[in-house]
Design a protein around this ligand. Sequence first.
Ligand code: ZN
Length: 230
Amino acid sequence: MSGQTKRGITAALLDALYPPDVACALCGRETVIDERHLCASCRDSLEVAPALSAQPPFSGMTAAFRYCGSARDGIRALKYHNQVRLASFFADSIIIPHDWKIDAVIPVSLHPLKQWLRSYNQSELIAASLCQRYHISLRTDLLQRNRFTRSQTTLDTFERAKNVAKAFSASPEAKGLNILLVDDVTTTHSTLLSCAVALRASGAERMYAACATVASHSYNGRLEDSDSID
Ligand SMILES: [Zn+2]
């Protein structure tokens, strides 16, 4: 038996003993997983997001999951515990409708200081994975967050809108582009709206939004750090 064959057999045996894909894609536990690479507990607590109605200036808005159960745990792990592998799980769960014509994907930006402290922007990681799948350009240079905003969690819809108004500015290079905004969590859409207003003021054409999760005040009675303003 050649050395190469032996190595092949050894690798096959090791794969059989320790399959590379035994860990749940969401919680990371090594257990029995299904064809989506999810354990039973994560699969059972995932809730598909309701259809979102897009209000102007948006031409379309979609989300993958409700912000609850394992989706909520996953977003928090991605955001606060460096579980960056989860970005592709959430990106793979977002379905972009065929009739959306998109020139550029822009993640909702963090304030530069916040991004420096966290070392990454979770929405950008989700957007990058989405761009790879759909072959669209990622543009992180077109939208900037100008100032820190208060945490949104204790604010009502009106206060949220006021809190993030003019928080963003857009580059004139956005002119004429159809843009997909990507966020990890949306609640009242005030952050997305603020981004869209800035981009439209710079001449962007159509605006769409895709979010990993959508939260509602009615879920679990309270929200923590949702709407990605924190
Ligand atoms: Zn799991």
